[in-house]
Ligand binder design. Structure first.
Ligand code: GDP
Length: 489
């Protein structure tokens, strides 16, 4: 994949040929006299590479390739336009959350059922464009952590990144990170220069700084749309949405609505009353109530679907997100889902995946003697334990991530924390099996123990700790590692 010009030695290395070979090729095939220190333009480098039998992709081509990943060849005759899916990224406090809220409030009529209080992980707004109503779908997970962790699991859900930069603060470290993440994913960027209502707003300075990161505004001859907005006054939000629509048109986003649905789990948790609840982003096909579905390793039959406005719906078309009920277990954010015509086949696929996960988890886990929080430090001092293995189960994905990131900040000079498995949901017998096999302690946060899990934990002598306050959890783990935990506990 090439992003810009490339020097002759660099290209030689990429293509695993000598520099002379490249210079020779340029001269003989193209009549270009190049020297070894020269930087070749992308197009020239591409021609040389292709002469030498190597395929070159630019990030745009790469993204086109990934965008169609959810499409099969038989879809190609049925493609229809689908709305763009947007992630909002940017530095902390630059107004990501405010911007999402503000767009949502102005665009979603307050009187609608569920209104603006419903949180489903994604929501859509209607935008008038050239006399037509178009939709834009926003993932309600501001911050590039969400973007990156989904991507790390292979999920590609974002079509366009909206980069929020505060007009009074300019480009900051997380702005730069967000730019790199979006570029790496080949996702086009629309810049929202926010807080234009503030006295210290300096939009031109922001544009200047962005130019240093190769984001050049259209009015300066570049191709990155930039809109000055205010999440507080609502200024220019329509222009921002308009820009998003224009960029989406260039992207030619499409899907085949006339097939069984597939897509990605964007959020999932265990609801005490309703059981496993997952928000699914449909990326191809149409999802229906009654569909037989496999999400990650979880099997289910969709009992009910609720859209982002809190309404019960019967179907969800491409790019729309719905909350579904009817899964047997809680999948993970980033898991792919697919609908199957054949229930038996779906069950078989789900149980095969469960078995795979279970055995790979068991393999990863080295067996050792029982570890409890109270004997961690003692075992460490005896030199028997260098790592504290943990299994984390929590109410929602957000808690799982918060716990993992807080744990990673604890001092770990004596004992290292190793998280074997972390997911939303209740503590199950499988978790206990894993803990028993790997000498791990189970941490349950705001969740419950499945009835058979309790019995298994007692039988196997697995330490299951339940918490509802994150500080208490961190205190105890730190205390355990330092040998300060009351042995009685
Ligand atoms: P996030 O961390 O990027 O999600 O930022 P927030 O949305 O939480 O906003 C951080 C702070 O900036 C809050 O105090 C907001 O009220 C304020 N803020 C956000 N957008 C604007 C804006 O357009 N104008 C002004 N004056 N303040 C804003």
């Amino acid at each position: 994949i090439l992003t810009e010009g490339v020097a002759v030695p660099e290209l030689a290395e990429m293509l695993a040929v000598s520099e002379t070979e490249i210079i020779k090729n340029l001269f003989i095939n193209r009549g270009i006299q190049a020297n070894i220190t020269q930087t070749l333009e992308l197009e020239t480098a591409r021609l040389v590479a292709e002469d030498l039998g190597v395929q070159v992709e630019t990030p745009e081509e790469k993204s086109a390739a990934t965008k169609t990943e959810m499409l099969d060849t038989e879809d190609l005759d049925h493609l229809q336009f689908r709305p763009p899916v947007i992630t909002i990224m940017g530095h902390v406090d630059h107004g990501k959350t405010s911007l999402l809220d503000s767009i949502r409030k102005t665009k979603v009529a307050a009187g609608e059922a569920g209104g603006i209080t419903q949180r489903t992980g994604a929501y859509h707004v209607d935008v008038e464009h050239e006399g037509e109503t178009r939709q834009v779908v926003f993932l309600d997970t501001p911050g590039h952590e969400a973007f990156t962790s989904m991507r790390a699991r292979g999920a590609k859900v974002t079509d366009i990144a909206v980069l929020v930069v505060a007009a009074d603060d300019g480009v900051q470290p997380q702005t730069q990170e967000a730019i790199s993440h979006a570029k790496a994913a080949g996702v086009p960027i629309v810049v929202a220069i926010n807080k234009m209502d503030k006295e210290g707003a300096q939009p031109d300075r922001v544009k200047q700084e962005l130019t240093e990161h190769e984001l050049v505004p259209e009015e300066w001859g570049g191709n990155t749309p930039m809109v000055g907005v205010s999440a507080i006054t609502g200024e220019n939000l329509d222009e921002l949405l308009e820009m998003i629509i224009l960029v989406a048109e260039l992207e030619e986003l499409s899907a085949n609505p006339d097939r069984l649905a597939k897509g990605t789990v964007i959020e999932a948790n265990l609801d005490r009353a309703r059981g496993p609840v997952a928000t699914l982003l449909v990326q191809n096909g149409t999802l229906h109530v009654g569909d037989v579905i496999v999400a990650g390793p979880c099997f289910g039959k969709i009992r009910a679907m609720i859209d982002d406005r809190g309404q019960k719906v019967e179907a969800a078309s491409p790019s729309f997100a719905v909350e579904i009920l009817g899964l047997g277990e809680v999948p993970r954010a980033g898991d792919e889902f697919a609908v199957y015509a054949d229930e038996k086949q779906a069950r078989a696929i789900a149980s095969e995946r469960t078995a795979e996960m279970r055995s790979s988890r068991l393999q990863r886990a080295a067996s050792s003697r029982r570890v409890t929080l109270s004997n961690v430090s003692e075992q460490a001092q005896e030199g028997e334990l260098k790592e504290l293995n943990l299994i984390i189960k929590a109410d929602v994905q957000g808690s799982v991530e918060a716990i993992q990131s807080s744990l990673s900040q604890l001092p770990q000079s004596e004992v290292q924390i190793r998280v074997l498995y972390a997911a939303p949901g209740e503590v199950t017998e499988t978790d206990v099996d894993l803990a028993a096999a790997s000498g791990a302690v189970i941490i349950g946060f705001n969740t419950t123990l499945a009835s058979n899990a309790k019995a298994a934990a007692d039988r196997e002598g697995v330490d299951v700790r339940e918490y509802d306050i994150i500080y208490k959890l961190l205190d105890e783990i730190q205390g355990a590692m330092e040998g300060l935990l009351d042995p009685e506990e």
